[in-house]
Design a protein around this ligand. Structure first.
Ligand code: FES
Length: 93
């Protein structure tokens, strides 16, 4: 029976499938930052908010490590969308 989960898009921003993520994890690229460099996961407009946890879970599953030991990788701003009006006003927000 064919594994259809490999066709599931895990990073919507960069259109990366579960199959691609699993393929690279199996090759030994088992950190989020390595997968980011190879597949661009986490580099889309959401900066990984939509895919980081799914991919970290897959790394944990694929390597047999506990989820807590999987490094979430490097975050770069903006990690959260900011309205231009907030920036224009200045201040702490
Ligand atoms: S879903 Fe992966 S960067 Fe947005």
């Amino acid at each position: 029976m064919e594994d259809k989960s490999k066709d599931i898009i895990v990073c919507r921003c960069e259109e990366v499938t579960m199959g691609e993520v699993r393929e690279w994890i199996a090759k030994g690229y088992d950190t989020f930052d390595e997968l980011k460099r190879l597949l661009r996961v986490g580099m889309g407009p959401c900066q990984g908010r939509g895919c980081r946890e799914i991919i970290m879970r897959e790394i944990a599953r694929g390597t047999g490590r506990p989820m807590a030991s999987v490094d979430p990788g490097t975050f770069r701003p903006p990690v959260k969308p900011v309205k231009l009006g907030v920036l224009a006003k200045g201040g702490d927000n």
